[in-house]
Every structure is written in structure tokens, then in C-alpha cells.
Write a protein that binds this ligand. Structure first.
Ligand code: PLP
Length: 396
């Protein structure tokens, strides 16, 4: 074996501040088991289990045939920026112009661009707990400080303006709200959202509203805080085609924001990705201009699965699960079982579930809580039934 030379470089401090996504770590373990032929029930994936609808795929194929395969403008092709604004107006009652819109390489990239353009040393970012894994990491990477905002499990983890106000600091520059929420499925209702927004506006902080799951709500209609009067100057909306149109691999998202912030994000994007993929952008136009029937069909199926998995989880002794009102995740509390067994971390519960009954879940530590597991029900009813059988065996 040739000798491997000792590494001589030191990583940048900013990258030492972040860890690999905990979601990915669990999924890697599961992949190893699957590769050995083990029958794994996978509640891990944060993506729809439906194919991308055919007309969207055809638009990308057509783009290839048309040789639409070169660089595009950095903020996205004009017809897609217009299509995003039109779709948002139609679906969420907002009034954005293309100059207020930036197309990004997925919603995550939109969050990354926005936080990078806004946050640096000395800035505080309020973040409701539980949170999507990438929010704190992106804030840390940018040198900002994450200030957690408490939510109550008994209240379905719903964020309140009072909790945001309690967490407020002198240095608060940005408040992140993700409704519907990954991982809890909590939805902030219109009135509470208006109160949270008003607090941000009065105190001079921006609100970043991650609306990637906007169309997966089980009671009432999709809502964007951008539809509130006078909201736009104080708001960054992050959206994504990933979940809505089952397009996770296409990497297409967007940010809607005041023009100076859009310009700053364009500067940043021009030196990183240059532009989102050309053919994906054409597919995006087809998705946003097309009928919403596939979205409605997915939502109906998720609703069926949600009812089954929540009932199933709550029937397991030592487990309780708040009802999610949006997205496609269940976030059960396993604290009772952990205490009874002397198990200290949700990560250990997740590891044992994988090893002993071959069920993949994401431990709550990834989302900032110590006693929960995240289960995605973007998987078939048959796998949900099998998973519930195994969970019942494990926890009983
Ligand atoms: N925001 C939230 C809350 C998410 O859960 C995700 C993906 O899981 C994203 C943003 C990013 O999605 P994408 O980058 O695929 O658009």
C-alpha cells in the first residue's frame, strides 16, 4: 500500500462551524442495510414518493431537443420569473414582479442566498424549535447567532407571536418561520402570522418565510404571509418546486424579496451557481403554468396516510404524537419510553430502531428537540402498515 501523505491543510473556520446534515447520516446507515438486502421500512425521506408529472418531464425533454442547454441569466429565465410571480399571485394572493424574484437551485439554496446576503457576525436570527436542520447550520456558517424560539408540543408546536416576542434580542435581524413546518407539520394560522409579521415590522427585523410546503395543508387553503397588506418590504419568501410538484432532483426553488435584497442575492449567485439548470427552468415553467391536479392528488393521498400513521402511532404504548396540520411528517414523542428504558438520546432510539426492527427514522436532535423522532409518511400505505407493526413490536 502506498503511504498516504499526512494532510497539510486546515479547513476554514466557517466550515468547521457546520456539521453534515443529520438527516443524511441516518439515511447513509439505512442505505448500507438496504445494500445487504435487508427489508428496511424507510420513514426517512423528506421527499414525495410520486413521480414528477408527465407534462413537466416533457417540457424538459422538449428543452433538450431545442438545444436549450446553455447558460441562462443568473436570476433565471424571464419566463420562469414571470411564471413564479403569476403562480404565486394565483395560488397565494400575492403581487410580486419578476424584479422581486430570484430563481435558485432549490429552496435550500434560496435560504442560503438570503441568509448569506443578510447575516454576519453580531446578528441574531430567531428560529422556532423544532426547526428544519439546515436553518441553524446556514446561520452558523454565515457567522450569525441562532436564538431558539420555544413552541409547545401540547399546542401542536404551533408558533405564537408571544413566543417570538419573548425570545427577541437587541441584535435580532431576521426571524425565520417555516409553515407548514418540517419536522412538526405545525401550521401558523393567518391571524397569528399577522401578529408575528407585525412584531417584525415594528421592530425593524426581516421575516424569512419558508413556504416550501405551502400546498400541503390539511385544513383550509394554502397561505402566504406575503398576501398581508404592506408585507413585501419586510419579507423574504422562500419557495420550492421540490415538494409541490414532486421535483426534488430538479433543484428548483425561488426567493421573493425586496429588490435590493434580490440584487444582492443575484450578485452572490453570479459567483456560485451562475444560474439554475437551463432545462429544469423550462420544466419549472410547465409546472407553474400547468393544472394543479397532481398536487391535489398527492395531498389527498398524504391526508389518508396521515390519518393512518397518527392513529397508529398514538395507539402504541409510551408514544404520543401531535397531529400535524401540514407537510408530510409525523413527530412523535418517545420520551416516556426513553425514561422507562434509561435511553438518553433520540439518536440512540433511532439507531436501535434501525438495528433491531430495520425502521428508518430521523432523531429529534437534528431538529433541536431531545425526545422525538421524525417519520416521513411520503411512503406507501403498505410500508406505513408494516412500519407501524414493527414500531409496535419495538416500543411495546
Ligand atoms: N425548506 C424546508 C423546510 C425543507 O424541508 C426543505 C427540504 O426538505 C427545503 C427548504 C429545501 O428543499 P429544496 O432545496 O429541495 O427546494
Amino acid at each position: 500500500m502506498p503511504e498516504v501523505p499526512a494532510t497539510t491543510f486546515k479547513l476554514a473556520e466557517r466550515v468547521e462551524r457546520i456539521g453534515v446534515s443529520a438527516t443524511l447520516a441516518v439515511l447513509n446507515e439505512a442505505e448500507k442495510l438496504k445494500a445487504q438486502g435487508v427489508d428496511v421500512v424507510d420513514f426517512g425521506p423528506g421527499e414525495p414518493d410520486f413521480p414528477t408529472p408527465e407534462p413537466i418531464k416533457q417540457a424538459a425533454i422538449q428543452a433538450l431537443h431545442d438545444n436549450f442547454t446553455k447558460y441562462t441569466p443568473t436570476p433565471g429565465i424571464p419566463e420562469l420569473r414571470q411564471a413564479i410571480c403569476d403562480w404565486h399571485a394565483r395560488e397565494l394572493a400575492t403581487a410580486y414582479q419578476p424584479g422581486e424574484c430570484l430563481v435558485t437551485v432549490g429552496g435550500k439554496h434560496g435560504v442560503f442566498n438570503a441568509v448569506s446576503a443578510l447575516i454576519g457576525r453580531g446578528d441574531d436570527v430567531l428560529l422556532p424549535v423544532p426547526y428544519w436542520v439546515s436553518f441553524p447550520e446556514i446561520v452558523n456558517y454565515c457567522g450569525g447567532r441562532v436564538v431558539p424560539v420555544a413552541t409547545e408540543e401540547a399546542n401542536g408546536f404551533r408558533l405564537t407571536a408571544a413566543a417570538v416576542e419573548r425570545a427577541w434580542t437587541e441584535a435580532t435581524k431576521l426571524v425565520i418561520v417555516n409553515s407548514p413546518c418540517n419536522p412538526s407539520g405545525a401550521v401558523v394560522d393567518r391571524e397569528e402570522f399577522a401578529r408575528i409579521f407585525d412584531l417584525c415590522r415594528r421592530r425593524g427585523a426581516l421575516l424569512l418565510s419558508d413556504e416550501c410546503y405551502s400546498h400541503f395543508v390539511y385544513d383550509g387553503a394554502p397561505f402566504s404571509v406575503a398576501s398581508l397588506p404592506e408585507a413585501k418590504p419586510h419579507l423574504v419568501v422562500i419557495g420550492s418546486l421540490s415538494k409541490t410538484f414532486s421535483m426534488t432532483g430538479w433543484r428548483l426553488g425561488y426567493a421573493l424579496a425586496p429588490p435590493p435584497l434580490v440584487q444582492a442575492m443575484i450578485r452572490l449567485q453570479s459567483h456560485s451557481t451562475s444560474n439554475p439548470t437551463s432545462i429544469a427552468q423550462k420544466a419549472g415553467v410547465a409546472a407553474l403554468r400547468g393544472p394543479m391536479d397532481s398536487v391535489r392528488a398527492m395531498l389527498a393521498e398524504y391526508a389518508r396516510r396521515r390519518a393512518r400513521i397518527i392513529a397508529g402511532l398514538n395507539a402504541i404504548p409510551n408514544l404520543r404524537c401531535a397531529e400535524p396540520h401540514g407537510a408530510f411528517y409525523a413527530y412523535p414523542n418517545v420520551g416516556g419510553w426513553m425514561r422507562a428504558r434509561g435511553v438518553k438520546t433520540a439518536a440512540e432510539v433511532a439507531k436501535r430502531l434501525l438495528d433491531e426492527v430495520h425502521v428508518v427514522v430521523v432523531p429529534g436532535e437534528a431538529f433541536g428537540t431531545a425526545e422525538h423522532l421524525r417519520l416521513s409518511y411520503a411512503t406507501s400505505m403498505e410500508r406505513i402498515e408494516e412500519g407501524l407493526r414493527r414500531l409496535t413490536r419495538f416500543f411495546s
